[in-house]
Design a protein around this ligand. Sequence first.
Ligand code: ADP
Ligand code: MG
Length: 253
Amino acid sequence: MHAPTPTAPPRAATAVHLMQVDKAFPDGAGVIHALRSVSLTIALGSFVAVMGPSGSGKSTFLNCAAGLDVPTGGRVVIGDTDLTGLSADDLTRFRRDRIGFVFQSYNLIAHLTVAENVGLPLILGGRRPDPAWQHHLLSAVGLSGMEDRLPGELSGGQAQRAAIARALITRPEVVFADEPTGALDSNTAAHVLEVLRSTAKHLGQTLVVVTHDARVAAAADHVLFLADGQFVGHLDTPTTEQISARMIELGGR
Ligand code: ADP
Ligand code: MG
């Protein structure tokens, strides 16, 4: 063992840090508290699954953690950047360049080819796609030879794999996915999840996946359970059965 060098620059030990994050939505005359003082640390390079009943705040949590939505209170820190301290423009830039996001409904642009969709985050950021990297990613997600297809010509699994390649094209530090396999049959879901997991692992990325599929969550290092806007427990490297049992306790789907 050796002592830490006192002169070493401080390095964030964690990839994603939420501190007392609140999110309230206006609801008629009142408000809905979708997140209630959520504090959480997600370690660099880990794969975390988030589960909870419908309406428990999973998407709100993910959107706030990924900078897609702004909390009404508290702080979100990714690496050494406090997202809640950024201007709207800086937040957009940070999100585009350093975060990957995979949506349940793929969100591919219909009139752009697979290759154009995948390269889009770089183009929007004023950078040129690196052909070798793009080729590597498309091959990693099993879409080699489909570069010129339009999204309408892809199966659901292929479309989600294209969306995964798009989320990884900027080599983001953290990848967030909101029910990425929710629209897929279970065999396709397992394959798509494995592509996401293995690519993130290979790149050393932190992966945060919201899912209601216990089999998907069982691939994670940690499973966090959300109920009524608060984290109410976690399981480390659980089995599918342990996850299902906890979900039944929470009254989940
Ligand atoms: P989950 O993803 O776990 O199903 P959500 O995060 O989507 O849950 O929603 C949590 C709560 O916040 C729900 O009560 C939902 O109705 C509410 N909510 C989410 N988004 C909005 C919004 N944009 N406006 C108003 N209420 C919202
Ligand atoms: Mg949701």
